[in-house]
Design a protein. Sequence first.
Length: 256
Amino acid sequence: MRKTSNVILAAGAPQFGSEHSSIEEVNIKYNVIQWALKILSKTSKPFIITGFDFKKINKLNLNAEIIYNDKWETSKNAHSLSLAPLFGKNKPDQLIVCYGDILFREDAYQKIINDSNDCVVAWDNNIENNSLLKKKIYPEKVLVEKNNLIRAGNLTNLIANGIFVGLVKFKGRALNILLEVLKSNTIKISDCSIVDVVEYVSLKGVDVKTLNLSNDWAEVGSNTDVAKFVLGTKAETLSRLRHLVTKSNIEDLMYF
């Protein structure tokens, strides 16, 4: 069986507000990081890289390996990724990296891990409707053409046509390039984000493919987006509940 490692990057201070983004409540059952673990734990025990307010994550007693980034205040998340045990005998067949402040569905995760390409990036083409993008100091954007990643990083609006979600797969040559960078360029990667590493992998000749989540994800900071993601439209909510209902029936929906 193919070995998959999952890493959640949750070391940075929140971009919006003062509470740790990863422990924001999604519903009465899950917070953000528990939502991610619910999905990722089905393939392997995830690693969580912490930093800011790490004690609050430790108190959750999560089914994950917690790794503390003591340089979280001065480094970006590529450095956090370098702390995960991914080298030598621990090298996985494929690696999934996700940000600790996002919500995504299991369907998106399954599509990414089952994709045969060496590097797959989740993105959203609804760049003009993203309320958080303008508020970020370092907005992460992408340029995608025919499902191929052309550019990634802090791009101008003239170039970018989408948002970098923060969910990426590396395997094969892409994984080899990533691990070499993390291992041999520790100083250089301290000021790099995962989106920068993705662009580096692309520049090295790897065909980076994409999966457009098209608004079917959420980032902590926008209460409206989180609520819409969890609840969906009334039709979407009914559709998701259909297989859970045992004492009544939810019939096919009619649109007119």
